[in-house]
Design a protein around this ligand. Sequence first.
Ligand SMILES: [Fe+2]
Length: 273
Amino acid sequence: MITRRQAIKTAVLTTAAIATLRHLPGIPDLSAATVDVPPTGPFTLPPLGYDYDALEPFIDDETMHLHHDKHHAAYVANLNKAVAGHPNLEKKSVEELLRNLDAVPEAIRTAVRNQGGGHYNHSLFWKTLSKNEGGQPKGELAKAMDRSFGGYAKFQESFTKAGTSVFGSGWAWLSLALGKDRVIEKELIIETTPNQDSPIMKGHVPLLGMDVWEHAYYLKYQNRRPEYIAAFYNVINWDYVTERFLKHSAFIDDRDSLTLYPKLDESGRGPGM
Ligand SMILES: [Fe+2]
């Protein structure tokens, strides 16, 4: 068994050896390099769920590696850092945190908003992607799109405009929201959010998000965001988006009573992702 004294001695010697190596000619100084430390939780990086090259040629393998393994991983690691030492926050889901940011202490609210938003948005993003061979929404979602936008082509036009109009970094979304009169009904909307803000912060249900941060497309498309957006329509997993639409619109239908609505509004909770 190693005694505490031996452990301290080993640590001191190791630190001294590293310090010496750093200053030897020909040995690179790695002291400032980013070290990949697996997140310790409570939040974890979900797997991509398919191969990194599965969306080629529309979204390339290298972009997917960086986007998932580095960018999303960093949001998770930084969210874990932000909530560390706050046991009441550590046990909440990221969705719960974002739906009620006011309950997060002010000192870490911005970090939770940005890093938690990044984690939530990307977790949804990976699930909504799949090569669709020119596919379009069908069934109930197609009917809802007809009602809300006047058809798929009109949706595509407005969604493209939304993605193009985001200044700097952000997202374009197809979301489900409550009707204008705050009456419970299904309504599809297109909206945008800056940075890593998410529609769930407004009580909306995001069904599909298009990431228009440069990290999502710059390696392949450089500054040509419109080309990335045009390609994006080939990798929307409409089956998953439809499944999500049915799940969440059914949730609202089940509460077809105005007396229930204030409770829903206060807690801001819907079904999980
Ligand atoms: Fe991203």
